[in-house]
Design a protein around this ligand. Structure first.
Ligand code: HEM
Length: 128
């Protein structure tokens, strides 16, 4: 008889307990960045030409083109630049003229495709 009572209690209490748990489950706090206003800063990161000059090697190559600063290390180290090592000429410099004239290549500017791929490497603006 005792066994039956215990069984009945279990059958009644377990679902009741589970129901209680479900309805009183603690609501997780949303992550801070999900509720905080994240207005992007209107101030772009500024780099001087002296900053750019510190990154003048194949393994660490920044260059400036038309007032923007790019970290193209991924391009220089991957060996995937279609113009090969010519890009290294621009590392650590304002490479606007090099990019637009390719004196060691066709002597013409890069294609629109090459120009738009620059967006993948932008890190800031060149300060005057
Ligand atoms: C400023 C330094 C750079 C120099 C001197 C340079 C030079 C060259 C040269 C010589 C070629 C071979 C084709 C030809 O002679 O006309 C070439 C092709 C190419 N380069 Fe560069 N390059 C530079 C930077 C870059 C950067 C930063 C990118 C992109 C992130 C890039 C993307 C390309 C692409 C996609 C091509 C294939 C042809 C085209 O679409 O214009 N280059 N580059």
């Amino acid at each position: 008889m005792k066994k039956i009572i215990v069984l009945i209690l279990l059958v009644a209490l377990v679902p009741a307990y589970l129901f209680y748990q479900k309805n009183n489950a603690k609501v997780e706090e949303p992550a801070k960045e999900m509720v905080q206003e994240t207005t992007p800063s209107p101030v772009a990161t500024m780099y001087s030409i002296a900053d750019v000059e510190k990154h003048s090697t194949k393994e660490d190559c920044w260059l400036a083109i038309e007032g923007k600063v790019y970290d193209v290390t991924k391009v220089t180290t991957s060996g995937k630049h279609p113009g090969g090592e010519a890009i290294l000429e621009g590392c650590g410099k304002d490479a606007t003229v090099l990019f637009n004239t390719r004196p060691m290549g066709s002597g013409t500017s890069h294609s629109d495709k090459a120009r738009s791929s620059l967006a993948n490497f932008i890190i800031g603006d060149l300060s005057k």
